[in-house]
Design a protein around this ligand. Structure first.
Ligand SMILES: Cc1ncc(COP(=O)(O)O)c(C=O)c1O
Length: 376
């Protein structure tokens, strides 16, 4: 076989695949607090809409409209208006993508030329590296300052093919510090760099915060887009459906790629997403409240004052001498090692709240003695 194309050679090791291998090889009694996979799915009426859609007659099994069902785009536009106070044009400012991860890849392909730099936060969501590699672009890192609310210093950031940021942050579990979105718009206007705000956890915020969209910032739509996924808000991670919304030129580029690569999204899946977006929203709040409750429990039970303002993680500074490996071998608990999220993640661990109360309790019970001894 001929050698692989260079862009495949540039793909990093898939962090989450290696994390899952770590769990798989660790034995049956190990507790997995490393995962980022919602532990509860969507309400039954969502699955029912999928079933009804699939039984909807012969035409439903043909190609769906390439760029998405108008009703689905209207449903996400309504959510943006009602929940995030943002007006969107469903035709020009909304693109469907099969999941946020695919959206991240596509955004890199749509924004970066070979050899250009894409700026990522450090710590970053590891899958950002994949899109940069496939676009044959280069990674530039912008450190998030743990002592300054995990903000990025955009005043000294160079111009780039794109800037990616995400609040609430995976892995830092920080909501956007005051002025962060305004600084992103200002940076983009100053340098001509398009902004991608990855809003995967937008609805999972704690302590009375309101979900905050980057696009609600004046000028944001002129310089960037937001990536919004069904995965976390509705517990539909396996359904693979997300949206790129905002700047019309970037949305058009994503749609252009869709026309050439994917030929739309299976229509019953879109019907189910419409049901999720337009049906009763109690399950969204129940999910959010469950993560906040588990956050409270973890913060109360572990030493070192862990903080989480949102997402379904706690980003935890490990005490001197404690590593993710020690938590696995000595406590039988898998956490996501911080260094997997970039150089600034060294010495930290990401602990998941997307587990049952019982699993979290057992995890705390196992880890607390080692952590308390190390903090003493
Ligand atoms: C920060 C962030 N962005 C994007 C995604 C992608 O989500 P999905 O591909 O399930 O839509 C995730 C999933 O874990 C995430 O944590």
């Amino acid at each position: 076989m001929r050698p692989r194309p260079e862009r495949l050679e540039q793909l990093p090791e898939q962090f989450f695949a290696s994390l899952m291998r770590r769990v798989g090889s660790a034995g049956p009694d190990v507790l997995d607090l490393g995962r980022g996979n919602p532990e509860v799915g969507p309400p039954d009426y969502v699955a029912e809409a999928l079933r009804e859609g699939a039984l909807g007659g012969a035409t439903i099994h043909g190609y769906a409209p390439f760029r998405g069902l108008p009703k689905l785009k209207e449903a996400i536009v309504r959510r943006y208006r009602d929940v995030y106070d943002v007006e969107l044009d469903p035709e020009r400012e909304v693109a469907l993508v099969p999941g946020g991860k695919t959206g991240l890849i596509e955004l890199c392909l749509a924004l970066a030329d070979r050899g250009e730099t894409v700026l990522l936060p450090d710590p970053y969501y590891p899958d950002y590296l994949s899109g940069v590699a496939l676009a044959e672009a280069k990674v530039g890192l912008l450190r998030l300052d743990a002592d300054n609310a995990f903000s990025a210093d955009l005043d000294s950031a160079p111009s780039a093919a794109a800037l990616f940021l995400n609040y609430p942050s995976n892995p830092c579990a920080a909501c956007a510090p005051p002025g962060a979105f305004e600084a992103m718009v200002d940076y983009a206007q100053r340098t001509g760099t398009p902004v991608v705000h990855d809003a995967a956890y937008i609805d999972l915020v704690f302590d009375g915060r309101r979900p905050a969209s980057f696009l609600a910032t004046p000028g944001a739509k002129e310089v960037g887009v937001e990536l919004w996924t069904m995965s976390k808000t509705y517990g539909m991670a396996g359904w693979r459906l997300a949206f790129v919304v905002g700047n019309a030129e970037i949305v058009e580029r994503i749609n252009l790629q869709t026309d050439h690569t994917r030929v739309g999204v299976f229509a019953p899946l879109q019907h189910a997403a419409i049901a999720a977006l337009t049906g009763p929203q109690d399950a969204v709040e129940e999910r959010r409240a469950a993560y906040e409750r588990r956050r409270d429990r973890l913060v109360e039970a572990l030493p070192g004052a862990p903080v989480s303002q949102g997402t379904f993680y706690v980003w935890y500074r490990l005490p001197e001498g404690v590593t993710a490996d020690r938590l696995l071998t000595e406590c039988g608990v898998v956490v996501a090692p911080g260094e997997g999220f970039g150089p600034s993640g060294a010495g930290w661990a990401r602990i998941s709240l997307a587990v049952t109360d019982e699993t979290l309790e057992r995890g705390i019970e196992r880890m607390a003695p080692l952590l308390e001894a190390a903090y003493a």
